[in-house]
Design a protein around this ligand. Structure first.
Ligand SMILES: [Zn+2]
Length: 325
């Protein structure tokens, strides 16, 4: 019998934030409005997928701060994210996300104070709770940005349930935030080499795990086998679940698997994947160190999977082809 290595992922970035989403509360009439009345409510403003960060923490002002509540008039949508417990038993604080097309006036003041715009890819330095709030905000706001109209009849949708439902103004159909599952696969062979692919979109010298969207009517495991087959020609034994990470750019949920290869001859699809290669740990380390290839890093699940297989951090690249997050 083949030895099947057991890989496990450390708690993934962008997960485990412990935000109380108050799924029942947010359906109550006026729930968002009462949160907006409280001066202690924190406002997570999002402009172009980014929010302000200062000293590795969200620079989310309280609504009671000068000019913040007044600036809400410019927001295109508001969503109650939930409640975060205070420190040492202090009362929980409400968090509200707001989408802005242009920076609200107070944003310039915060920027002058040293705050900088950060998106999900830059969330590595944030606390788990702050990263989770940003992930949740970006995810639900991205959904709002493509759900202005009813997908059944084309009438405008209104925002209800504190931002968690869009309701058709003509027929009352409710539309809920959606998430698109995608699988990402750590493929290893009998020698514990890893299979990586170079995506055409990344320039051909950056290698990562094979991945793809789950199709309608397909199980996660079927998607794993199909995607790896399409992109590399490699057939797989039964995939084993490793973990998941929200990746709302714009709406993905990455579901990670490990699978043993039943064949090692690779045939890249030539469209999406321009090269596929098997790497030993030594081969990968030396190529990364030499800067001849790039690999994923940062907050992405792909980086976490590669580190789990490698057994730690990969060497620092000599040149600039390092983890382009
Ligand atoms: Zn409708």
């Amino acid at each position: 019998m083949t030895f099947v290595p057991q890989y496990s992922l450390a708690p993934l970035a962008l997960t485990g934030g412990g935000v109380d989403r108050g799924g029942e509360d947010r359906r109550k009439q006026g729930w968002l409005d009462s949160a907006l009345e409280r001066g202690s409510t924190r406002l997570l403003a999002v402009v172009g997928g980014k929010t302000l960060v200062l000293d590795d923490a969200l620079a989310a002002p309280e609504l009671g701060a000068p000019g913040v509540r007044a600036g809400l008039a410019e927001a295109t949508v508001l969503v109650w994210l939930g409640r975060v417990d205070g420190v040492d038993g202090a009362a929980g604080v409400d968090w509200v996300a707001a989408q802005f097309v242009q920076e609200p006036q107070w944003w310039a003041r915060a920027s002058a104070g040293g705050a900088t715009p950060v998106g999900l890819r830059g969330a590595a330095e944030l606390s788990r709770t702050d990263a989770a709030l940003l992930t949740q905000a970006v995810a639900v706001l991205n959904w709002h940005s493509v759900t202005s109209f009813c997908s059944r009849c084309g009438a405008p949708n209104e925002v209800v349930d504190a931002g968690w439902v869009r309701r058709c103004t003509a027929q009352g159909t409710d539309h809920f935030p959606r998430t698109d599952p995608a699988v990402i696969v750590l493929v290893t062979d009998a020698h514990d080499r890893v299979l990586l692919g170079a995506n055409a979109a990344w320039g051909g010298d950056r290698f990562s795990m094979l991945a793809g969207f789950v199709e309608p009517g397909e199980s996660l495991e079927e998607a794993v086998i199909r995607e790896v087959g399409e992109e590399s020609g490699v057939s797989l034994d039964a995939p084993r679940y490793l973990g998941s990470q929200p990746w709302p750019l714009p709406a993905s949920l990455m579901v990670a698997f490990h699978a043993m290869a039943l064949s090692t001859h690779t045939v890249p699809d030539g469209q999406e994947i321009v090269a596929t290669r098997w790497f030993t740990r030594d081969e990968l380390a030396s190529e990364v160190a030499a800067g001849s290839i790039g690999v994923p890093g940062g907050v992405s699940v792909a980086g976490a999977m590669l580190r789990a297989w490698f057994g730690g951090e990969l060497p620092t690249p000599a040149t600039s082809k390092e983890a382009r997050k």
